[in-house]
Design a protein around this ligand. Structure first.
Ligand code: OGA
Ligand code: MN
Length: 299
């Protein structure tokens, strides 16, 4: 029988005595229920192959492809194919550094992600943790005035904007994500489709609130993020090769932690697509389409 041990935070559990590579239907039922209850699950010592990792994720739903080549498993890695590690100038390295800001995956796409499962292959000697934060508990911790203030607000989400804000270049036309062609508009308060629990739906990709001045929106979004991502609502996972961690992008934020970038770090990522019935957002130009441009940092 699998053993479920809650993590010392408002969310998250570790599940042991289970083999994800040969999951029975009974164990899947237990995993699915735990996923909805805890929001994030850590499975030590799994050492899955790509195929096993993908098959496990397909229990949750169809896989979201992160690249055009049809591969369901992506390497999140600073290692170059030809040997050595990436330099800070490389766009792919900048994408990795962008991951160090709190975010939820694919919120900048018309269909946001349901879940993401990371597995560690090569870990640096220190650092390189993945941190998670519970947006259900964050919503619960807001005072009534703030809940009322944000109840009917939505924000545009854009990868171009978030990379620009982090000081990196990522322009419209790079072929992934939306910006001038219309970014998804998503409510700040999300009701979980399986549990009915409310959570804050924010993160680095959220950048503009219709009906609000940009400076005020930025202050509100940054303030909410700062408040939300605090103990006891956070958990930092220190990776051991073979671990797998899956989180619910609909209510949990995550970020990568820094490490010595001269050391290789190789993670395998499989992303579960959102249910179109609940994770689709309208996309389009807002009423300030002419101002709908990456910040000066992108120039
Ligand atoms: C991701 C991501 C965090 C990490 O793969 O989407 O944010 O720790 N990864 O690598
Ligand atoms: Mn991510």
């Amino acid at each position: 029988m699998p053993t479920i041990t809650p993590i010392d935070a408002t969310f998250g559990a570790r599940i042991t005595d289970i083999r994800l590579g040969a999951l029975s239907d009974a164990d899947w039922k237990l995993v699915e229920a735990a996923f909805n209850e805890y929001g994030a699950l850590v499975f030590p010592e799994q050492h899955l192959t790509d195929e096993e990792h993908i098959a496990f994720c397909e229990r949750f739903g169809p896989i979201e492809l992160l690249r055009g080549d049809g591969e369901k498993a992506a390497r999140i890695s600073n290692k170059r194919a030809g040997g050595g590690v990436m330099t800070p100038e490389e766009k792919r390295f900048q994408a990795l550094r962008g991951n160090e800001g709190w975010h939820t995956d694919s919120s900048y796409m018309p269909l946001a992600a349901k879940a993401s499962a990371l597995a560690a292959e090569i870990t640096p000697p220190s650092g390189g943790e993945t941190e998670l934060a519970d947006m259900r508990a964050a919503y619960d911790a807001l005072d009534d005035a703030m809940r009322t203030r944000i109840a009917d607000l939505s924000a545009y989400h854009s990868l171009y904007q978030s990379q620009a804000k982090a000081g990196f270049t990522f322009k419209t036309g790079d072929g992934y994500g939306y910006h001038t062609e219309g970014a998804p508009l998503r409510p700040l308060v999300k009701t979980h489709p399986a549990t009915g629990r409310k959570s804050l739906f924010i993160g680095r990709h959220a950048f503009r609130i219709p009906g609000m001045e940009d400076a005020e929106a930025l202050e509100l979004l940054d303030g909410l993020l700062e408040f939300a991502c605090q103990a006891p609502r956070t958990y930092a996972h220190s990776w051991t090769p073979g671990d797998l961690m899956i989180w619910d992008n609909r209510c949990i934020l995550h970020r990568a932690c820094p490490y010595d970038y001269n050391e290789p770090r190789v993670m395998r990522h499989v992303r579960v697509a959102g249910d179109p019935a609940t994770e689709t957002a309208p996309t389009g130009r807002d009423e300030r389409a002419d101002a709908f441009q990456p910040s000066a940092a992108t120039a």
